[in-house]
Design a protein around this ligand. Sequence first.
Ligand SMILES: *Cc1c(COP(=O)(O)O)cnc(C)c1O
Length: 724
Amino acid sequence: MTKFLTHTPNGFDLPRRIARIGELAYNLWWTWNPDATRLFARLDYDLWERLAHNPILLLRQVGRSALNAAAQNKDYLATYDRVFADFDLYLAAKKTWAASAHPELAGRPVAYFSMEYGLHETLPIYSGGLGVLAGDHLKEASDLGLPLVAVGFLYSQGYFNQHISEDGWQEALNHPIEINEHPFLPVLDDEGKRLTVAVEFPDRVVTLQIWEVRVGRVALYLLDSNVDSNSEADRSLTARLYWSDLNFRVAQEVLLGVGGVRALRTLGYNPLAWHMNEGHAAFLTLERARELVASGRAFADAIAETRSSNIFTTHTPVPAGNDEFPVWLMDKHLAALWPQLGLSRDEFIDLARHHQPWGETFSMGILALKLAEGHNAVSELHGRVSRKMWNFLWKDRAEDDVPITHVTNGVHTANWIARRMRLLLDKHLGSDWMERLDDPDLWAKIDTVPDDEFWAVRTHLKRKMAFYLRERARAQWLDDGVHPVQVVASGVLINPYDLTIGFARRFATYKRAGLVMSDVERLLELINKPNMPVQIIFAGKAHPADEPGKQLIQQIYRTVKKAETGGRLVFLEDYDMNLARYLVQGVDVWLNTPRRPLEASGTSGMKAAINGALNFSVLDGWWREAYNGQNGWAIGEDAELDAQVQDEADAESLYDTLENEIIPLYYEVGADKLPHKWIARAKNAIATVTPQFSARRMVKEYVERLYLPALNSNENAKPKRKKK
Ligand SMILES: *Cc1c(COP(=O)(O)O)cnc(C)c1O
């Protein structure tokens, strides 16, 4: 699609017979294809773990003898040949869903903008759920053959690593990343020079270089201001995710929106739709308008022409969740833009003016809502909350008629399902089940999976998790000199046969991580019942500037460390995609206790359910749509209550259900020692959640309800420019 090339570095010294494994290291397709992943791991399992699953480092460091052995091992070569046959077929495939269902999309990609992408634990360009959702969106777009091109940032310092001190205080560690240890490929122009784009600020120009990450068939372009010609301060603009300093943040968002559009133009793209994943990218709407104004159109016409192909997904149910900037920051960073749009300062601020009790702000949420035609929330309840919250922008409309629809989030199945579970389903649903995973008819067959086989897989996954926790604890003990109590707190005493509950997510206070500990005595009694032990694993980072979030971690950590917990309460530091994978695949119950309606959707519970864990959650976000009485449990009522009333009622509901339903059900086993009733629920969870809460269903919905209308409504919103 583009004539600009990225060249796969050819620096590996590999035996000829398996040389293409170097190519695989530069396409993240390997991350969601377990056989491809194993091609790396099998070269040297220990090294693979030590390098935290980084294939580029592995191929540089693995010994020649291991490589030679693999190149002569029949079994390895059979896998190798099969993986590359699949990979080549995949990259060349013409018969994709997009090509057959929507041939009109050919050659007109969707542009997808996001501040973060959670693609793999080795790429620290994400902080949490928003990024993981974006990563899953790209993987699914690739699988569906959807023409899509994505834009984000290459954060040279990544997101922070979390260390918990002996007293439970979160410490943030920043590690600069080595670009050449990651699959970031510099984009080069015809002469082999680094391709750059420029973004003007009132007092200077910031240059961005562009890197490409290959996600199957999808290209993700990462902008990077760490360029010699930029000032020291500008070079750090893209160093970190979510600066707390609003100055940095505005500048960063200008780079994403304006720089992102320019990067795609320079690369020769003419997208059919522009999808903003959250309001951070909303300045792209102004850059698109500026292009048309520069070619002679009036601003109002430019907006009218571009709006229909802008799409905005909102992820927060609270006004404060949207970035809003004091107006003076607009002067500082955007004063060069309004004349280029033919607007006065006031007219410009009017585009997103928000009257707050503390003064006037420029709201990225308002900008995106006003300048995009397609708007969506990320669950049904979140849609309702968003229509209410933004009703003031459509004063003449009733709340129900506010034009914000919802597309409930989903997860990329191949990325999150355990290999063993996938093999079990291959055996009983048919080896093509993944092709048909959003077909509800397929899932009736789940009942043909024998309980003993099912439980064997579940137990295997739990043992694997427990083993992994022990290895982590051992490494901390050896390398970090932690206190012995911290070793116990990090899960060495976890028993893989006991009922295990997981609670892992960002430590934002609305997620109420403390709810399950609101009555510590009652909790200790519940987890220490004879013959019915219960274990709870906590993990999660708080934003470094979020003091209440960090205090919550401390409060939980202090309880976890108490001797009376018998090592059954655990806090794992440094939650990331790798740890998330072990937890969602290994625990029996996935606990989620947001204060309704503040969890817009949530996705980790979906990952747990597709692996056979049972959700135990407040009826908020996605779970309100998924819960059917058989596939998990609900906490509290399907209603909004006053915050304090809700906290008390939910805690009571949580303890009651745990004591009277969840714990006894897990330990109710038949003569064959299998918990048949539990297994029936787990199968029900897999069968109901996998199709409906898949990224497959989600991306198809985006195509049909939001991207295609953009194609149909406005064919000529292209800047007038010479063909390259
Ligand atoms: C899936 C995921 C999340 C999102 O979890 P929520 O349920 O939406 O809170 C956050 N972090 C990581 C590492 C994840 O894998």
